[in-house]
Design a protein around this ligand. Structure first.
Ligand code: PFF
Length: 453
């Protein structure tokens, strides 16, 4: 059994928690969660999403960390090792390959959206110095999307920021970045929540988020809730598995898993509680906001409210920081694999991954302008990529991960890794949820997705 990884190790339990939380907390929480909640009518969606986190997300999070820590390599090679050990087929490495492909797809569009947030942060910074750049938010957002060169530039800048962390490795790159950025993120989030609570519309917003209207429930909504649960916890594409490979041996996996999942969930809800009061207080409809919610509705409010420009700057800085620590985790699995499989240095490997992902991202860039008429299966290009990666590949990856952890790995290994001192009942609860409940729920959702039920 390996106790260290060739890529480096987190120096402490806290370093892992910050890195994994940094991966989980991102655009998914602050950009996507509010608008998918808004598009799906609020409370009922939130409750179904929370159910998915508990019954699907958490067991898979534990399983990914177990596989990563036991294998101590990039997901593809960890899965090869563990399959060999278990006498199982090497086809299980496919989970790792699927993860790397999903990682490229997600990083490609993620970086484009992260580029929007960098651009907005920059606009508000200019405003702070008397620029008044966002006078008509719809026009500002529209004109950004209409310019492929501008989009490609900000998308490129985000990629450069990300690669410049990943290139320096686990300790000097990833750990150092998250130890600075995550505290900054939490402070910014609290400032914004404080403002939301002061608008006088906090209770209305809480009602929208938590009061279920069950008439809104549909198959499509459940698919979105499950996809969002995977996306927000960074599961199903081996990112958390990769971080698990760098986790010191004595750390209690169930405990860190709960900490990461709970923090991510709280941040999504806090983001909702910070954003919806502002939307409501300016007479805007919280429902049906779409992906532009924070780029069009919020700037309308920022233009009117006291210290709105400063608030806007802080908000988009927060979002950029959150996206950055997630982008790092999207780049790490493929980078670690290239380092293992070739004789490229980490720097060279990371630059290759960034270059390929940047080029793939051009598809998302063009989907708003040059290719705006193109439809793939009825969806715009970027939406199609998001759909395939988030709603199909992540749940499929998660399903296979759960089956591998529950049925292929020996229970001696999983018990040892989760926690040797764990009482049998707790271990058995994990085992049977991972073997039966989680895969069954994912299968039902996938069946719904493909119209089988
Ligand atoms: N969890 C990130 C977010 O919520 O923004 C997105 C993400 C990061 C998804 C890493 C998947 C991943 F592997």
């Amino acid at each position: 059994m390996q106790t260290t990884s060739i890529h480096g190790m987190w120096s402490s339990r806290l370093a892992f928690i910050l890195a994994a939380t940094g991966s989980a907390v991102g655009l998914g929480n602050i950009w996507r969660f509010p608008y998918v909640t808004s598009d799906n009518g609020g409370g009922a969606f939130v409750l179904i999403y929370l159910g998915c986190i508990l019954l699907v997300g958490l067991p898979i999070m534990w399983t990914e960390i177990v596989i990563g820590r036991r294998g101590r390599m990039s997901p593809i090679n960890s899965l090869r090792e563990l399959s060999d050990d278990a006498g199982a087929s090497r086809k299980w490495m496919g989970i790792g390959f699927l993860g790397v492909i999903a990682g490229f797809l997600i990083l490609s569009f993620y970086s484009v959206v992260a580029g929007w947030t960098l651009h907005y942060g920059f606009l508000y910074l200019k405003d702070l110095f008397g620029g008044a750049t966002i006078t008509d938010p719809d026009a500002t957002f529209g004109s950004l999307l209409a310019q492929p060169g501008e989009l490609a530039f900000w998308h490129g800048l985000f990629m450069v920021m990300t690669v410049s962390v990943v290139a320096f490795g686990v300790e000097k790159g990833l750990e150092r970045a998250v130890s600075i950025l995550m505290p900054l993120l939490f402070v910014l989030l609290l400032v914004l929540l404080g403002y939301g609570m002061n608008t006088g519309y906090f209770l209305e917003a809480a009602g929208f988020l938590f009061k279920p209207d069950w008439s809104q429930v549909s198959g499509a909504m459940i698919v979105t809730a499950m996809g969002q649960a995977f996306f927000t916890l960074s599961l199903g594409m081996c990112a958390i598995m990769t971080y698990g490979a760098y986790l010191p041996s004595g750390v209690n996996i169930p405990r860190v898993g709960v900490t990461v999942a709970a923090t991510d969930t709280v941040v999504a809800l806090v983001a909702g509680l910070a954003i919806f009061p502002i939307v409501i207080s300016f007479g805007l409809d919280p429902a049906g906001g779409g992906p532009g919610l924070i780029f069009t509705s919020l700037p309308l409010a920022f233009a009117e409210m006291p210290f709105g420009i400063l608030y806007g700057f802080l908000f988009f800085t927060l979002l950029s920081v959150a996206a950055w620590t997630s982008g790092i985790s999207l780049m790490e699995p493929a980078t670690a694999y290239i380092v293992e499989a070739t004789n490229l240095s980490r720097k060279a490997a990371a630059i290759c991954v960034a270059a390929v992902a940047w080029m793939m991202g051009l598809a998302s860039v063009f989907s708003f302008n040059v290719w705006s008429e193109v439809r793939i299966g009825g969806l715009e290009v970027m939406d199609a990529i998001v759909y395939v990666a988030n709603d199909v590949m992540l749940p499929v990856g998660g399903l296979l991960t759960a089956v591998f952890g529950g049925w292929v790995l020996s229970s001696r290994i999983t018990h040892e890794e989760l926690d040797k001192k764990m009482p049998d009942w707790a271990y058995n609860a994990w085992l049977w949820v991972t073997r039966i409940v989680t895969p069954a729920l994912i299968l039902v959702v996938l069946a719904g997705l493909f119209g089988i039920i």
